[in-house]
Design a binder for this molecule. Structure first.
Ligand code: IPE
Ligand code: IPE
Ligand code: MG
Length: 246
């Protein structure tokens, strides 16, 4: 039996977040340039988006480009941005067919104008879709996101719109870029790295972490299903005892 058949579709994580890592090493293994890895990484994105939609995942968030990634060599950054533009353009038809709603988090205005325009178009076009919500984290830094939320909240307090006692977890969450998205129950990172790299720090407080050695361009829907199955075997206790849960 394949992994997919073993998944209990009544106990799916609502939201899966993925740190898509290992494109560069994948290319290097093949004696190619890093950019070749990014191009092949797009094929994995397509397959994972389809696979997630197919089994009924509601939210999928992909770490696509971090604020720290701006520090890479200029030609790599340029190539990634160009790839982003051409991919959004090419994939929009598929997104519509699959009823996917596109969304972004991060400092989108930092992206080249052509890129942010293309993104805004795609977001508008898919706004009425009711299936999977696909969120791309672009120029994203979780610490910056948290700082921005703090600044906005502080301003509201200064203006008398908000009392400090009213700043609950829910209020704080509403000031993050992920305001309309539930916290991920499952966080996957590929390529054998065991770190979070400034991704969704607040939101993953109780996420189940899943690490795989597979490099991102090798990660396909069967691997996603394997991760979901692993998630379903875990006992999520939220500070309680096993006896309380069962
Ligand atoms: C992930 O793959 C893609 C981005 C961060 C844009 P990498 O480019 O980080 O690949 P490695 O980790 O160097 O192999
Ligand atoms: C994290 O990968 C960012 C993305 C996947 C977009 P990196 O490859 O940039 O992370 P580090 O630098 O190895 O932590
Ligand atoms: Mg990397």
């Amino acid at each position: 039996m394949g992994f997919r058949e073993q998944i209990d579709t009544t106990r799916l994580p609502q939201h899966i977040a993925i740190i898509m890592d290992g494109n560069g090493r994948w290319a290097k293994e093949k004696g190619k340039l890093r950019v070749f890895g990014h191009h092949n990484g797009v094929l994995s994105v397509r397959d994972i988006v389809e696979g997630a939609g197919e089994i009924g995942i509601k939210y999928l968030t992909l770490y696509t480009f971090s604020s720290e990634n701006w520090n890479r060599p200029k030609y790599e950054v340029t190539a990634i941005m160009e790839l982003l533009i051409s991919t959004i353009n090419k994939e929009i038809k598929k997104l519509m067919e699959n009823n996917v709603r596109l969304n972004t988090i991060g400092e989108i205005d930092m992206l080249p104008q052509k890129c942010s325009t293309e993104l805004k178009n795609a977001i508008n076009k898919t706004a009425g879709n009711t299936g999977l919500v696909l969120t791309l984290a672009l120029s994203y830094s979780s610490r910056r996101e948290i700082l921005q939320a703090v600044q906005t909240i502080a301003k509201k307090a200064e203006n008398g719109e908000l009392n400090s006692a009213d700043i609950t977890e829910a209020v704080f969450s509403d000031h993050l870029h992920t305001a309309n998205i539930p916290d991920p129950e499952l966080l996957i990172r590929t390529s054998g790295e065991y770190r979070i790299s400034n991704f969704l720090l607040w939101q993953i407080a109780y996420a189940e972490l899943y690490f795989t050695d597979k490099l991102w361009p090798d990660f396909r829907r069967e691997d996603l299903f394997e991760a979901i199955l692993d998630y379903q075997k875990r006992e999520r206790r939220f500070g309680m005892t096993s006896e309380q849960i069962n």
